[in-house]
Design a protein around this ligand. Structure first.
Ligand code: NDP
Length: 332
């Protein structure tokens, strides 16, 4: 085994759009493990939109990323040394080792995973935190009944793709919104949504009206701004909104919402949520998602960047819609 590995730290806070200069690649020695700890070689790093919010020193649901520390991040890898009886060398695990090729853990935040029927990388996507986010928002907040129309933005992505597939499995009409014809074709033809609107085509309101002839009963909001506003204008009475993300504003752009009046006139319920705050529901959600993925009923797609050094560019791309499916980094 090498006696050093690479990691990426946050070099500085972004001022407006995040840039590659905000990150720094470092080579550090492989640490010794103490009793109760394991050493993990990470095979995949998950890149997620929330990381952009953590890079800012503002009041939020979690403490900001510290300058000079390894960037926060979910990882999937294999145990390479262990002094913890719960883990054996070779076990596949998912954890939060950050933007790093290796990591030490005391096991508390590690989840052993079975790669017999589900590839390791999927535990960072459809059968991991993003899938669980979709499951939570769909089952606990949208509470859509068969025959109802749901709309989800960023529909080809890690979270959105799962929302629409769960909605179809429960007999809903699933309408996605995504950027570009290729992503929309995938959402309808591969994922089985009833319709997908290309918000970049320039006819958002008219296209949304055509795709939701009976109005919208529940929104899964991932983007915010203009897209959210357009969906609000189509809401039916007593509609539900799972406010999951507002990625259009993470890099500093303002996100005006004009249609707030419909919250009143349509008597809507809107709830923001952070999926990590519901650990008691994860076993139930992941069991359902794992079962669906293992039997091919839950489809997913990945964009994989090669090597840790490629992570900053891939992260910038994620915030601009360059990813197509779950954004991962394959580590060496
Ligand atoms: P995705 O895999 O969907 O990737 C992000 C996608 O967002 C891009 O591919 C792009 O799709 C879209 N996007 C990016 N910038 C813009 C923009 N300016 N305007 C419109 N669309 C944009 O990411 P995830 O599935 O991981 O995350 C989706 C959302 O869910 C995010 O908002 C994220 O913060 C949120 N989230 C919330 C959690 C929670 O607990 N509340 C947990 C996990 C995720 P396109 O090309 O189609 O525009």
């Amino acid at each position: 085994m090498n006696n050093s590995y690479q990691r990426i730290v946050m070099a500085s806070r972004p001022n407006g759009e995040v840039k590659v200069e905000n990150f720094r690649l470092e080579t550090v020695p492989v640490p010794e493990i103490n009793d109760g700890e394991v050493l993990i070689r990470n095979h995949f790093l998950s890149l997620d939109p929330y990381m952009r919010m953590r890079m800012e020193d503002v009041k939020s649901y979690a403490a900001p990323q510290a300058i000079g520390d390894t960037m926060i991040g979910g990882t999937a890898g294999q145990i390479v040394a262990t002094k913890n009886p719960k883990f054996a060398i070779g076990d596949y695990v998912v954890g939060m080792q950050g933007w790093a090729e290796m990591g030490v853990s005391d096991g508390t935040l590690l989840r052993k995973v079975d790669t017999t029927h589900i590839p390791l990388s999927a535990y960072l996507g459809a059968v991991g935190m993003p899938g669980m986010t979709a499951w939570y928002g769909f089952t606990q907040i949208m509470q859509a009944k068969p025959g109802e129309t749901i709309v989800v933005s960023a529909a080809s992505g890690a979270v959105g793709s799962v929302v629409g597939q769960l909605a179809k499995l429960r007999g809903c009409r699933a309408v996605g919104i995504a950027g570009g014809a290729e992503k929309c074709a995938y959402v309808v033809n591969e994922l089985g949504f009833d319709a997908c609107i290309d918000y970049k085509a320039g006819n958002l309101l008219a296209d949304l009206a055509a795709a939701t002839p009976d109005g919208i009963d529940a929104i899964f909001e991932n983007v915010g701004g203009e897209i959210f506003d357009a969906c609000l204008s189509r809401m039916n009475p007593f509609g539900r909104i799972a406010l999951c993300g507002m990625i259009a504003g993470y890099d500093g752009e303002p996100l005006p919402i004009k249609n707030t009046r419909v919250l009143l006139t349509m008597r809507l319920s809107m709830r923001g949520f952070i999926v990590s705050e519901y650990p008691e529901l994860w076993p139930q959600g992941l069991k359902e998602l794992g079962g669906l993925a293992a039997t091919g009923k839950l489809k997913f797609r990945e964009s994989v960047a090669p090597g840790l050094a490629a992570a900053p560019e891939a992260f910038l791309g994620l915030l601009k819609g360059k990813n197509f499916g779950k954004q991962l980094v394959k580590l060496n």
